[in-house]
Design a protein around this ligand. Structure first.
Ligand SMILES: CCCCCCC/C=C/C(=O)SCCNC(=O)CCNC(=O)[C@H](O)C(C)(C)COP(=O)(O)OP(=O)(O)OC[C@H]1O[C@@H](n2cnc3c(N)ncnc32)[C@H](O)[C@@H]1OP(=O)(O)O
Ligand SMILES: NC(=O)C1=CN([C@@H]2O[C@H](COP(=O)(O)OP(=O)(O)OC[C@H]3O[C@@H](n4cnc5c(N)ncnc54)[C@H](OP(=O)(O)O)[C@@H]3O)[C@@H](O)[C@H]2O)C=CC1
Length: 303
C-alpha cells in the first residue's frame, strides 16, 4: 500500500473493525507499582485525555490521588472518561472540550485549570496524531493538520503553562508524548518532522527554563495498541508487532506508568531527556505504517 485516496481511507469508527486498546474497566483493574498516594496534592493537565494513553494516564493519576484536568476535541469522550474516573476513584476531574491548535482556547484551558485547582504541577502534552501516507502525496491541508496539531499545538500548551508558572513563581513539569522518530518513519514524514521539532524544542527549553524550575522531558512510544490505531489499514496492523525485537505491542498502561514516574518526585533531577518505550524498536525492525511498497520488499520478506 502507499497513499490512500480519500474514499479508501480506513474509517476509525467502522463498527466492523475490532475494538483496540485498553478499555476503561481495564484501567480501573490494572495493578500499579506505585503507592496509592504517590501524586496526592498534585494537579496534572493531560491533553487528549478522552482516549488511549491520555485516558490511561488520567485514570492512573486520579487513582494515585492527583487532581486531574483533561482536554480534547470530542466532548462525549471527555465526559465518558470523567464519569468513569468519578465512579472508580470518587474524584471529580475537570474536562474542557477544545483544540490545542487554537492558542486562545489553550489560554482558556490553562485559566480554567488554574482557577479550579489553583496550580498545575505537570502538563502532559499527549494530544496528537497523524495518518499514514507517502510524503510525496501529502496535501497542504494534511501536512498543515499534522504540523499544527503536533508541533504548534504542543508549543502553545508549553508556553501557556510556562508563563503561568513564571508569573506565579511556581515550579513546573512538562511531559511531551512524541514518537519513535530516531530513524525516521516512511509514510509518517509529517509526524516525524513535527515530533523531531518537539524533541529539540524540549531539549532547548529544558535549559532555558531550568532557572524557572521548569523541567521538560519527552516520552517516545513505539507501537502501543490504542483506539488510535483506527487510522491504519487492518492489513498494516497485522504487521505492527514486527517493528520491534520483542515482536509485541505495548499498551496504554505502560506509557501511563512512565508518565506517573515523570510526575513523581523520583524524577526531580531528570530534564531535557527522551525516554523511549518501544520494545527495542529504535534498534531493530522495519517500520512502514501503511505497508512496504513492492520496490522495497522484493520477495515479500516483510509481508
Ligand atoms: C510498524 C510500526 C508503525 C508504528 C506507527 C505508529 C506510530 C504512531 C501511532 C499513533 O500515533 S496511533 C494514533 C494516534 N491517533 C491519531 O493519529 C488520531 C487520528 N488522526 C487524526 O485525528 C488526524 O490524522 C489529524 C491530522 C492528526 C487530525 O487533523 P484533522 O482532524 O484536521 O484532520 P481531518 O480534518 O480529518 O483531515 C485534514 C486533512 O488531512 C488529510 N488527511 C486526513 N486523513 C488522511 C488519510 N487517512 N489519508 C490521507 N490524507 C488524510 C487530508 O488532506 C484532510 O483534508 P480533507 O481531504 O479531509 O479535506
Ligand atoms: N499508539 C501508538 O502506537 C503511538 C502513539 N503516539 C502518540 O501518542 C499520543 C496518544 O495517542 P493514542 O493514545 O495512541 O491515540 P488516540 O488517538 O487515542 O489519542 C490522541 C488524542 O489526541 C486528541 N487530539 C487530537 N487532536 C487534538 C486537538 N487538535 N486538540 C485536542 N486534542 C486533540 C484526541 O482527542 P479528540 O479526538 O477528542 O480531539 C485523542 O484523545 C498521540 O500524540 C499519538 O500520536 C506516538 C507513538 C506511537
Amino acid at each position: 500500500m502507499s497513499s490512500a485516496p480519500a474514499g479508501t481511507r480506513p474509517d476509525p469508527n467502522d463498527p466492523s473493525r475490532p475494538k483496540r486498546g485498553l478499555q476503561p474497566d481495564d484501567l480501573a483493574a490494572r495493578d500499579t507499582i506505585y503507592r496509592p498516594d504517590l501524586l496526592a496534592g498534585q494537579v496534572l493537565l493531560i491533553s487528549g485525555g478522552g482516549s488511549g494513553m491520555g485516558r490511561a494516564a488520567a485514570t492512573l493519576a486520579a487513582r494515585l490521588g492527583a487532581d486531574v484536568a483533561i482536554c480534547g476535541r470530542n466532548e462525549e469522550k471527555l465526559a465518558a472518561t470523567r464519569d468513569h474516573i468519578a465512579a472508580v476513584t470518587g474524584r471529580d476531574i475537570l474536562v474542557q472540550p477544545m483544540s490545542i491548535r487554537d492558542p486562545e482556547a489553550v489560554d482558556g484551558l490553562m485559566d480554567a485549570v488554574w482557577s479550579r485547582f489553583g496550580r498545575i504541577d505537570t502538563l502532559v502534552n499527549n494530544a496528537g496524531g497523524q495518518f499514514p501516507q507517502d510524503a510525496i502525496d501529502f496535501s497542504r491541508k494534511g501536512w498543515l493538520a499534522v504540523i499544527d496539531t503536533n508541533l504548534n499545538g504542543s508549543w502553545w500548551m508549553m508556553q501557556a503553562a510556562a508563563t503561568r508558572w513564571r508569573d506565579a513563581d511556581a515550579p513546573g513539569n512538562i511531559v511531551n508524548i512524541v514518537a519513535n522518530v530516531e530513524r525516521g518513519m516512511p509514510q509518517a514524514a509529517h509526524t516525524c518532522a513535527a515530533r523531531a521539532g518537539v524533541i529539540y524544542l524540549s531539549k532547548t527549553l529544558a535549559t532555558e527554563w531550568a532557572p524557572h524550575r521548569i523541567r521538560v522531558n519527552c516520552i517516545g512510544p513505539g507501537v502501543i495498541e490504542t483506539e488510535g490505531f483506527g487510522v491504519y489499514p487492518e492489513e498494516a496492523l497485522k504487521r505492527f508487532h514486527k517493528a520491534n525485537p520483542m515482536k509485541s505491542r505495548g499498551d496504554a498502561w505502560d506509557v501511563a506508568e512512565m508518565i506517573a514516574y515523570l510526575a513523581s518526585p523520583a524524577a526531580r533531577f531528570i530534564t531535557g531527556d527522551l525516554l523511549v518505550i518501544d520494545g527495542g524498536q529504535a534498534q531493530w525492525g522495519v517500520v512502514w505504517p501503511g505497508g512496504m511498497p513492492d520496490y522495497f520488499d522484493e520477495g515479500g520478506a516483510f509481508a
